[in-house]
Ligand binder design. Structure first.
Ligand SMILES: O=C(CO)COP(=O)(O)O
Length: 130
């Protein structure tokens, strides 16, 4: 049987609180999903009680690690709450990640509204009907 693909979780600092609220709202789905996250985001996700594999912090290469997983076909979706008002030293890594999602047709949500719609679709596929 093919290995189940994971979901990557990333949030810029200005969006981490929103990300955590989002993860709690959809805990039923995320409990049954392999989660991977950039380092600091992962620490926050762990505080919700969800299991998550933590990679490097974003500015130290975490986004690039997730981009590599996208290229290798290991992820079904990337949820990346970006802060459009912040300045990020690793912006080239962020651009690379988004480019590889488009190249490999991997679902990418960069704000909570899109993430909500994405998760609705994933829930319809994976959760048993109530
Ligand atoms: O910088 C990030 C995304 O570009 C997020 O990294 P952290 O989760 O380590 O804060």
């Amino acid at each position: 049987m093919p290995k189940a693909k994971g979901i990557a979780i990333i949030a810029h600092d200005g969006k981490k609180a929103e990300m955590i609220a989002f993860m709690k709202d959809h805990a039923a789905l995320f409990q049954n999903t392999k989660l991977v996250a950039t380092g600091t985001t992962g620490q926050y996700v762990e505080q919700t009680g969800l299991k998550v594999k933590k990679l490097l912090s974003g500015p130290k290469g975490g986004d690039a690690q997730i981009a590599s997983m996208v290229a290798e076909g290991k992820l079904q979706a990337v949820i990346f709450f970006r802060d459009p008002l912040g300045k990020h030293p690793h912006e080239p890594d962020v651009q690379m990640l988004m480019r590889l999602c488009d190249l490999h047709n991997v679902a990418l949500a960069t704000n909570p509204s899109t993430a909500r719609l994405m998760v609705k679709g994933l829930e319809a596929e994976t959760l048993p009907e109530a």
